[in-house]
Design a protein around this ligand. Sequence first.
Ligand code: FAD
Length: 472
Amino acid sequence: MSLTQDPQKLHLEPAVPPADVDDLRTRVHGPVYAAGDDGLGAEVAAWNVAVRHTPAVAVGATCAADVVAAVQFAVAHGLPVAVQATGHGPVRNAAGTVLITTRRMQGVAVDPHRRTARVQAGAKWAAVLEAAAEHGLTGLCGSSSDVGVVGYTLGGGQGSLGRRFGFAADTVTAVEIVTADGSLRRVDATTDPELFWAVRGGKGSFGVVTALEIGLVPVASVLGGGVFFAAEDAAAVLHAYREWAPTLPEEASSSVAVLRLPPLPDLPPPLQGQTVVHLRYVYCGDDFAEGERLVAPMLDAGRIVLGAIVPLLPTEMDAVHMDPKDPMPGWEKGMLLAELTAETVDAFLAAAGPQAPVPLVMAEIRQLGGALGRQPAVPNAVAGRSGAWSVLVLGPMVPELADVLPAIGRGVLDALRPWAAPGCMVNFLGDVSGPEEVLAAYEPADAVRLRAVKRAVDPADVFSHGHAVRAG
Ligand SMILES: Cc1cc2nc3c(=O)[nH]c(=O)nc-3n(C[C@H](O)[C@H](O)[C@H](O)COP(=O)(O)OP(=O)(O)OC[C@H]3O[C@@H](n4cnc5c(N)ncnc54)[C@H](O)[C@@H]3O)c2cc1C
């Protein structure tokens, strides 16, 4: 049975006997769709609309028992398993899989005394930030609170509080996961230390996580925001940035991006259709006057088109990056840098600066370091600790660019290779040529250890979709 990527030409021969799909329907609470069923496309639609999933079967899980039934069904039929919460990081079509959608699993329960939250598989960061804020706490969300907590955290999870508190995965205290043997396990540092090490950073390689217990941090407000500089000052701003950012304490985080913004009406008028340089800054120390003093030199680096650095609640921090909320077709790829020298900035500007003829929406440099560079008390497999900076390029994967965008994006990263650090944050791996490129994201010793855990827990590569480490 083969399914093409074109939904107009969906092959209607079923991958599994219809009677077996009907039987599965009697064993799960959520909806079940087979290839060709009405409603399948809506059930599996991804936020990143460049990817259209054509699974053999889709299961809309409502609870852990549904996930168990779906995984057992997939294994019994020799089908790989894929999982989707929001579709912010789909990598590629989950063709021919049993695709488990988790968006109905929305539970978030905060324990203010332990400073933890139990978060079900389908919850987005916005729900956690809201629930935690009632107690003066917050979670280690990334640039957009529209992203799913579980997918983000399993891939590391690097956000604006990370230099002070580490990766989101560093806060995880327990993982509820359905593994390839079809069992639901609660894994923590004492029950299964190797799997607990691997799943925090190994993303979806080891099973479907039904819930995570994550740590929360006592941050009730920050000083932060985004400032857009005119394109003609790109060189001045980026060179100022490379000298300024390394002087920041761990309470401050920053990134800078060249944005080629589309002429969308929901963007502020000065930004519509414009190329700008976007400085993002967050200070999460107690003394906001110090936070203002720290950022002041950067605000003089060029002509400001729009933006401000202001006190923000953690629930307002999407204002820092202003990531798009609406679904979009995206192609992305990232890398790490060991250093950001004057030559690196010149190479970045030549490859992706405002004058470069590249159809990228964003070419971004994020500052890492601080707690992001250190292992947490219970070490984990998170990739990217050795980098001082992360670079991400992102473009619109529309039909007229589909043939050229990957080569252009990779070309920008290739221009920065002389300053690369080995590996990549898994959440920013984006387009990969195959499983070797996934494994290369990790420290070599961690890659060996991850494969050993994979061979023990999922020797048949049931979980091989996306950025999964392979056993075989
Ligand atoms: C606008 C935007 C902003 C982002 N900002 C950041 C950022 O600041 N920092 C950062 O680190 N990353 C960031 N990312 C990347 C993001 O963290 C990853 O794409 C992440 O995988 C998204 O998870 P999701 O569940 O929302 O997406 P989905 O596409 O639903 O899932 C992506 C993958 O996550 C895994 N996964 C999801 N749910 C489960 C589960 N229950 N069990 C096992 N595996 C699962 C699977 O491998 C799946 O293929 C951003 C992405 C976007 C689109």
